[in-house]
Design a protein around this ligand. Structure first.
Ligand code: CP3
Length: 341
């Protein structure tokens, strides 16, 4: 059963559950393995280690429904020749990309899908290894960043908004290149064993409608259309902060919603049109206790009687206690679905 069928199955198997960033620094076994790799991308591109990290959360929490392949959205700029590094401390904490110069862009334009896939090819080996080691009833989720979010990292968050007004045709070319690469990346992940794919578009908020339509919506539509044509039965999940996405006709199979989306809106407006995934606040998973149990129950009561996958509204935080994760997995998997009331 794929994750979409599990989301729709309102009796029998219970509510499907996984966590964004479920493999990561809150797990001591991840931190131990991470220490051996200087650069984060070296870990991502080591199939043996990346497979182990992908499976770590399922060993800890055997009732999780899915594994998400261990990688990062920034392998796309990396595969196109833009250097990416990750800084753990200091002012530049987080990912740092080499500046996007005209020279770099000339080089990127010459990168064909084949060259790109070759550069990120260890990922496909990781997928094959994970699929071979994962129980058949568990889903394997492949993923990629959506074009706007990727371009935000590649050009810089301030620069991209300026460029959208001053050089829209150039930005369009960059986004088109990303549409092509993301599509072939997700197709290659499906061929290597991913049962479903999630597009991450966390930076898609705050744009005026015309820019959002041109640079976020249409590119995502193009990717969904190509994937649906090539792999009609592979569910597509989309994480976005712009739920008006659904006012359009080409939709993902699952909409992964941010913590800020009200449950009543998710239930009454969104869920009749699409399966929902989300939206527990990762901070509450750190806090734990009665407040956590109460909120998990409220999410289940609102959404779990319709098509639903339990998840967070953002990625899991490194300070999350493991016990809190176990507690939520128990609570969610013990919940009885009775169909929409
Ligand atoms: O969900 C998973 O377990 C799969 C792996 C995964 C990672 N990143 C691993 C990772 C996924 C799906 C992502 C997605 C991702 N990466 C997004 C979209 C979702 C979101 O969080 O908004 C974005 C914007 C990125 C870019 C990125 N990668 C940032 C901003 C950072 C630094 C922040 C941080 O948590 O350190 C990363 C690094 C990163 N990606 C880590 C992990 C486990 C931590 C790096 C380390 O362990 O050294």
């Amino acid at each position: 059963m794929n994750i979409l069928e599990k989301a729709h199955n309102q009796t029998g198997i219970g509510v499907p559950i996984w966590f964004m960033r479920q493999a990561g620094r809150y797990l001591p076994e991840y931190r131990a393995l991470r220490e051996y790799f200087g650069q984060f991308l070296d870990l991502c591109f080591d199939p043996e280690a990346a497979c182990e990290v992908t499976l770590q959360p399922l060993l800890r929490f055997p009732k999780l429904s899915a594994a998400i392949i261990f990688s990062d959205i920034l392998i796309v700029p990396y595969g196109l020749g833009q250097e990416v590094s990750f800084h753990e401390n200091g002012v530049q904490k987080g990912p740092v990309l080499k500046p996007f110069t005209p020279h770099l862009w000339e080089g990127m334009k010459a990168v064909t899908p084949d060259l790109f896939l070759e550069k990120v090819s260890p990922l496909f080996e990781t997928l094959q290894k994970v699929r071979a080691n994962l129980a058949p009833e568990k889903n394997l989720i492949g993923f990629a960043g959506a074009p706007w979010t990727l371009a935000t990292y590649m050009l810089g968050a301030l620069q991209i908004r300026h460029t959208a007004y001053t050089q829209p045709d150039f930005l369009h070319e960059v986004i088109d290149k990303l549409v092509q690469m993301v599509t072939c990346l997700l197709e290659a992940q499906i061929r290597s064993g991913a049962d479903c794919v999630q597009l991450f578009d966390p930076h898609s908020q705050g744009l005026p409608d015309d820019l959002w339509t041109r640079f976020c919506l249409k590119p995502v539509h193009k990717i969904i259309a190509s994937l649906k044509e090539a792999h009609p039965n592979v569910p597509i999940l989309l994480y976005t902060k712009v739920t008006s996405f659904l006012l359009n006709d080409l939709n993902p199979d699952v909409l992964s919603i941010d913590t800020a989306v009200p449950l009543s809106y998710a239930r009454n407006i969104l869920q009749p049109r699409v399966a929902i995934q989300g939206n527990l606040d990762p901070e509450l998973l750190v806090v734990g206790g009665g407040a956590l149990t109460k909120r998990v129950q409220a999410i289940l009561d609102s959404l779990a009687h319709g098509p639903f996958i339990f998840n967070l509204g953002h990625g899991i935080l490194p300070t999350t206690p493991i016990d809190h994760v176990s507690q939520v997995v128990e609570q969610v998997t013990n919940f009885k679905r009775v169909g929409k009331v």
